[in-house]
Design a protein around this ligand. Sequence first.
Ligand SMILES: C[S@@+](CC[C@H](N)C(=O)[O-])C[C@H]1O[C@@H](n2cnc3c(N)ncnc32)[C@H](O)[C@@H]1O
Length: 196
Amino acid sequence: MQRKFSLFQSHLDLAHAYWTTLLRDGGWAIDSTCGGGRDTLKLARILSGREESGVIGIDIQKDAIERTEALLDGEGSARAQVHLFHQSHEEFPPLAYERPVRLIVYNLGYLPGGDKENTTLTPTTLASIERALELVQPGGALSITCYPGHKEGAREAQAVQELAAGLSPAEWNVCLHTHLNRSASPQLLLLQKNSI
Ligand SMILES: C[S@@+](CC[C@H](N)C(=O)[O-])C[C@H]1O[C@@H](n2cnc3c(N)ncnc32)[C@H](O)[C@@H]1O
């Protein structure tokens, strides 16, 4: 399909460009909200064939894990590098602490086409991000997409922004991308931990 804008069409295009740059030398990535699996698939393709690299995918909904598995089927070696966990991202699985994690992704909100009640919630999202800030390696980053267009999403976006804005600039490079000329536009936050 012909794109309307050549640079990027959505916040996800921008996020994917960041992920590709950040993971160009390989490493481990966590998709904290697998959902329909598109982001997990993107990460798996970026890291496909790279040594000592892989993707940890997490979702609280069994349906989302199954959808992600179905999307990854046929990806060959890329599929072998993906480890899926049906659980809340409030805690990361032990594997995450045994690997050098370079990128942790959150695509917040609810699964498109799914039950809107199964949305990410501010307290668990904040608890997970606090752990992710500890877990990610120096030089690595958190990529967080917030959707303020629904009630819990607006609350969550504000809370995530407040947390991010309070991070020490000596330790974190914090950036917010949004479309200023679109109402309730999705927000992409990129939090990069400084290298030592
Ligand atoms: C916007 S969707 C993610 C979209 C997905 N990244 C994709 O590429 O299709 C948000 C997902 O977060 C999941 N979720 C909600 N609360 C969660 C939690 N506490 N832990 C893990 N996943 C959660 C939902 O089940 C939903 O699938």
